[in-house]
Design a binder for this molecule. Structure first.
Ligand code: ATP
Ligand code: MG
Length: 479
């Protein structure tokens, strides 16, 4: 797995060779000043330092390059296991990895692979630039053109380049809070760790020990020391998902961390510095939660300094993002590799229907609906009949109705419709239709009989989106 450019800050031939094993072009620097110059000029994918460079030297290098908005993964190559162990210090300043000696050299290949994947994601993103609200210098991108999403993005950028910490992101489920958190991380400290924890998913005790870590023997079952996420993140980012679900006593402890920038492990006596950016997300109205005494008011004020809000898809300000998001998911989905690039667009009717729906599950639900449509669709355009809305995602079923389009649906109806369409596509040549459906001829016969399908009982192709054949039973959740 070859990277394009690697800078090796070393005079050691072995380390230069190691750089060559993972890079196409290698640039060698003798000292920090030279390294800064070279890195600024060639913008490498990876920088290697040898064991002569201590955390203090590398900090100096980082301070200079960060000022110029350069943030490139760094690996330090130690000499052998007898070197001073700087693992912790390196972690704190955000070094990607520390190879203690030759026995660790093989790890570089893996690291290079990972970096390559990230570079690919960035390149890939360039191909889809037309979809993004703005061209963020990161591999994470938010699709949308509405004022609402552009404003959200403006806030993301402002907050990311500021020192604002903690950061609060609020929005309904599936609106892209985690994606926004990753965007902030990518803008602020892309090569540092990003760790996330869902406050709703763990018991109070587990959550506390995940977050702060614990010392051996601090409670039954704590049979060894554990490093918490706040420490693991180093100078990276900790995402506290669904912060409203955090128990009140833990909220108090978190507030202390935010104010004092230090914490203690469960059962520990040592203060540990917390240098990570803390991002909290919530799909509940935290102010209301404070009124109901479910969320600490002081923590709410501490979090709510420059909140980032993401509007739901149903809001009039975001409706225009729906077709763009649908098209983006269609173009980027890998759910049916054999159909990739074959389904080129959505019919006008399908888009209209997507625009009218309320999307209680927001962008996540839209992506799921498009992926399902890709699986169902047998033509080169996603039509109405492939758009299936999952009733389970609607809390209020009646609200799902879109101007009378929405009917009931079932798997059987979906199957019947697909069979009808395959038969139509193949002019009732059953062998071809069976092949299209990926079933045997015998199964096709059985299904035709089971569903009592007769010639003509399908949607007329010419008017597929507009008129449904009267003989056709209600298509699956035809929107
Ligand atoms: N603007 C967007 N552009 C592209 N993809 C998006 C956008 N917003 C959300 N998504 C996608 O929608 C899905 C849900 O997003 P995400 O997990 O960030 O939502 P969330 O607000 O954290 O949801 P929850 O509250 O349920 O945790 C993800 O696959 C994400 O990539
Ligand atoms: Mg989330």
């Amino acid at each position: 797995m070859s990277l394009r450019r690697v800078v090796a800050v070393t005079r050691i031939a072995d380390v230069q060779q190691l750089a060559q094993s993972v890079g196409q072009q290698i640039f060698v620097a003798d000292n920090i000043a030279e390294a800064v110059d070279i890195v600024q000029t060639v913008k490498p994918d990876l920088i290697l330092f040898d064991h002569h460079f201590t955390p203090v030297h590398i900090r100096e290098f980082l301070d200079t390059t960060y000022k110029n908005s350069i943030d490139i993964p760094i690996v330090v190559v130690g000499e052998d296991e007898n070197d001073i162990d700087y693992t912790e210090e390196f972690k704190k300043i955000g070094i990607l990895d520390y190879l203690r000696g030759r026995q660790d050299y093989c790890r570089l290949e893996q690291i290079a692979g990972h970096i390559k994947e990230q570079c690919k994601a960035i390149d890939n993103k360039k191909n889809f630039n037309g979809f993004f609200a703005e061209d963020l210098a990161a591999s994470v991108s938010l699709v949308g053109k509405s004022h609402a999403i552009k404003n959200t993005l403006k806030m993301i950028k402002l907050v990311a380049v500021s020192r604002c910490n903690p950061i609060l992101i609020v929005g309904e489920t599936g609106t892209g809070k985690e994606l926004s958190a990753k965007a902030i991380h990518a803008l602020r400290c892309p090569n540092k760790p990003f760790v996330a924890i869902n406050c709703a998913a763990l018991t109070a005790n587990l959550l506390e020990s995940e977050l702060f870590g614990h010392v051996k023997g601090s409670f039954t079952g704590a049979d060894r020391d554990k490093t918490g996420l706040l420490e693991l993140a180093g100078t990276g980012t900790v995402l506290l998902d669904e912060i409203s679900e955090m128990p009140l006593d833990l909220q108090a402890k978190l507030l202390r961390v935010l104010q004092e920038k230090t914490f203690r492990k469960v059962g520990g006596t040592k203060n540990i510095a917390c240098s990570a950016t803390i991002i909290a997300t919530s799909n509940r109205n935290l102010q209301k939660e404070t009124q109901n005494n479910r969320f600490r008011r002081d923590l709410y004020y501490r979090l709510n300094i420059s909140p980032i809000t993401i509007d739901p898809l149903k809001s009039p300000e975001r409706r225009e993002d729906i077709p763009l998001l649908a098209e983006y998911f269609l173009k980027t989905s890998t759910i049916c590799p054999d159909k990739q690039n074959k389904i080129t667009s959505l019919t006008k009717m399908a888009v209209e229907v997507l625009e009218k729906y309320d999307w209680p599950g927001n962008v996540r639900e839209l992506r799921n609906v498009i992926e399902r449509a890709i699986m169902m669709e047998t033509t080169d355009k996603i039509g109405l009949s492939s758009i299936v809305i999952d009733l389970m995602e609607c809390n209020q079923a009646p609200k799902c109705s879109i101007n009378g389009y929405f009917k009931d649906f079932s798997l059987e109806k979906a199957e019947r419709e697909l069979i009808c369409r395959a038969l139509r596509e193949t002019c009732w040549q059953k062998t071809k239709a069976a092949a299209l459906l990926g079933i045997t001829r015998a199964t096709l016969y059985a299904k035709v009989k089971q569903y009592n399908i007769k010639k003509g009982s399908y949607i007329d192709k010419e008017s597929q989106d507009e008129v449904l054949d009267p003989l056709m039973p209600e298509p699956i959740c035809t929107l």
